[in-house]
Design a protein around this ligand. Sequence first.
Ligand code: DP6
Length: 326
Amino acid sequence: MKATAIASPNIAIVKYWGKRDERLKLPMNDSISVTLDRSLYSETTVEFSKAFSADSMQLDGAEASEREMKNVALVLDCLRKKAKTGMNARIISRNNFPKSSGMASSASGYAALSAAAAAALNLQLDSRELSIAARLGSGSASRSVIGGFAWWKKGQDEDGSDSYAVQVADESHWKDFRIVTAVVSEEKKPVSSTDGMKLTLETSSLYRERLKKLPGTVSRVRQAILGRDAGQLFRLAMEESDSLHASMADTKPPLIYINESSREIMKRVNELNRENGMIAGYSFDAGPNAHIFTTEQNVNRVIHSIKGLAERIVASSPGKGAEVVA
Ligand code: DP6
C-alpha cells in the first residue's frame, strides 16, 4: 500500500490570514491563489503497513519536527477514517527547490501528502475531499491541490466540510501570466505564519476592517482572472498585500515581515507601472521575498527594474494541481 504524488507551491493573490478554528485550520476569509508550474514541486511517497509501530516522516532527508508530525497526523487520520484503517504510515518527502528559493514548501508538501496517502489507501477522492485533507496539514495547502487559479472558500460549517478550494480557471486559461519571485533574504522568519496570524486576529483592529473589505476584493479578483484583466489584477494584488501588511504592522507587538529591500521593490514596481501602465503587481507573504505578478512580455522589464535588490530571481507560470505519479 504505497503511492507517490507531486504538487507545486501556490502564491496567494488574496491572502489567508487568521483562523476561526485552529485545529481544523478553518480560515476567517476566502483566499485566491495561483498554483506554480512544475519547475518547483514537492514529491511525497506514503506507505501504509501493519508493521509500522508509529507514523514517521523524512523531509529532505531529516526527521520531521513534532509540530510537523502533529499536522501530518491530522491529514492521515482524516484519510484513515475514510479507509477504515488504523495502519501507520512511513512518509518520505522531498522538495526539488531549496528553502532558499523563497518558496514555502508546506503548501506543496501537504497537498502531495494528501494525494499520495489517499492513493496508497485506494481511496477514490474528489478534489473537494483532497483539498479538505490537505487543509488539515496547512491551510494554504488546500489550494495547491487545485491547478491554475484556486479559490479557497472559508465555509461556515463547524466541521470544515464546506471549507475547501475550487478552481477559478485552469493552468491554460491565462498562458502568458507569470509570477516572478525575488529572494531578498534567506533568513528564517522570526514568527511563523501559524503564530503570526493568531496574534493579528487577537490584537489588530485594522484586521477587523480588512475582513469587511475582503469579500468585495475576492469577487473583483475572480472577475479579473476570468477576464484576463492584467492591469486590474495587478492593482488588486498590491492593494491586498498592502492591506495584509498593514494589519501585520498593527498587531501587538508589531509583525514586520518585509524589510528595506522589499520596500525598495514596491517602489520600483510602482515606478515601472507609472512609466508603462499597469504591467506588474507585487505581493508579499509572511516574509521579505517578493512575488511579482506580470505577463510574459514584461518579465525581463520587471527583472531589470529590481536588479541588485534580489539574491535570486525565479519566473514561474501557472501550473497543475496535485497528481499521483506512482
Ligand atoms: C501569508 O498556510 O502556512 O502565506 O494554516 O497555519 O499552516 P497554517 O498557515 P499557512 O499560511 C499562509 C499564509 C500566507 C498567505 C497565503 O498563502 O494565503
